[in-house]
Write a protein that binds this ligand. Structure first.
Ligand code: MN
Length: 383
């Protein structure tokens, strides 16, 4: 059981709302709220896998987080990843399930216990954390999605990405790999700040301008329910979940603006805690080159998949990349029939490509499928 011995001076008020939406049968999103910890997860996979993954992940984070600092929150997310993987391995009905997860918590600040408190933000996947203050709305988290990679690589504009048919393809999530990279930030709370944690069912329906208006208006309860209500009015194509958190007691906002979030102690963590600067530098370089390679391969994926879908897709079969024929429906395929494959392990692919294969990649012809798979083979991870 987690210990929560810290007395916190930062006081938060929160309200959440979630809805299955107009098109889905099941709400695979999950939310968790405690005094100082707020979590949103958006599950995916199988008929009940998505639900199980998001619920399991949020409950493990709540159980494991000891309330101390950012590293403890990252640790809790890592435990959630392990729990999702273990559950999926134990139950074939659940294999392939995964979930996004973002969370915000009050933690010890840079000065440690007794110093000024901070808000830790963690993210994996494409659920988002926004902050609204006097300076406006900013997205604190980075999306781990194919289109976000392409935007970062300069291949797509933010506007194109927002309406892209394949914006649902994730490059990172919990339940996909043993040792995922988890982004985290530490920001200073200021009285009056509002934070929004939400699943993609919100921002795929509402633009940032509208989100900012609704988030800043009325009580946190009114803001949460109006955000969800308007996402439903705009179509409700997906499950939609929001968690609105306001700093009701904390330091006054310093005058003269605040540093941009990108320089506010952001950090990417993989594996067991290794804090040496050398490690960080090496990892940054490696990740950058992998990211560029992936963006090129995946730009090709996008171009091909925009062709008329003839019912062929690249997916996985017993751990190998394979081509299937089937009937597409959104991101799911029905009655898939194995066409060919079996000599390229999914586990060897780089993160982005593996995530795309696990989500399935629609292709126009068998030739295109083969060309793409050859591309994957040419860019196997350095191991
Ligand atoms: Mn969603």
């Amino acid at each position: 059981m987690a210990r929560r011995s810290r007395r916190r001076s930062t006081e938060l008020e929160a309200s959440s709302a979630t809805h299955v939406g107009h098109l889905r049968d099941v709400n695979q999103d999950d939310l968790a709220v405690t005094d100082h910890l707020f979590v949103v997860a958006d599950g995916m996979g199988g008929h009940r896998g998505g639900e199980v993954a998001s619920t399991l992940a949020t409950s493990v984070v709540v159980e494991d987080f000891d309330g101390t600092d950012r590293a403890a929150l990252v640790h809790a997310v890592r435990q959630a990843n392990r729990a999702v993987l273990e559950r999926a391995a134990a139950d074939t009905d659940l294999s392939g399930m995964g979930t996004t997860l973002c969370a915000l918590a009050v933690v010890d600040g840079p000065g440690g216990q007794g110093g000024p408190e901070a808000l830790a933000v963690v993210n994996i996947g494409d659920s988002r954390v926004y902050r609204l203050d006097a300076g406006g709305l900013i997205q604190v988290s980075d999306d781990h999605s194919l289109v976000a990679d392409l935007v970062r690589a300069g291949e797509l504009s933010a506007e194109e990405a927002a309406v892209h048919p394949q914006r649902n393809i994730l490059t990172r999530a919990l339940g996909i790999e043993v040792d995922p990279t988890i982004d985290s930030w530490e920001v200073s709370p200021a009285r009056g700040d509002r934070f929004l944690l939400c699943s993609d069912g919100l921002f795929n329906e509402l633009g940032d301008m509208r989100i900012a208006e609704l988030l800043g208006d009325g009580s946190v309860h009114e803001a949460a329910s109006r955000l969800v209500a308007e996402a439903l009015d705009e179509g409700g194509h997906d499950n939609v979940s929001v968690l609105v958190v306001e700093v009701v007691n904390g330091p006054e906002l310093p005058s003269g603006g605040r540093p941009p979030i990108s320089v506010v102690r952001s950090e990417r963590a993989t594996g067991p805690v290794r804090s040496q600067a050398v490690d960080l530098d090496e990892r940054t370089t490696l990740r950058t080159s992998v990211g560029v390679v992936s963006a090129i391969v995946l730009a090709a994926v996008l171009v091909f998949s925009l062709y008329a879908r003839q019912g062929l897709f690249i997916g996985h079969d017993q751990g190998d990349v394979a081509v299937f024929r089937g009937r597409p429906s959104g991101i799911l395929w029905f009655d898939p029939v194995f066409v060919e494959g079996g000599d390229l392990r999914v586990a060897l692919l780089d993160d982005s490509t593996r995530a795309a294969v696990l989500e399935t990649i629609p292709v126009g012809t068998l030739d295109e499928a083969r060309r793409l798979i050859e591309g994957f083979r040419a860019h196997l991870r350095d191991r």
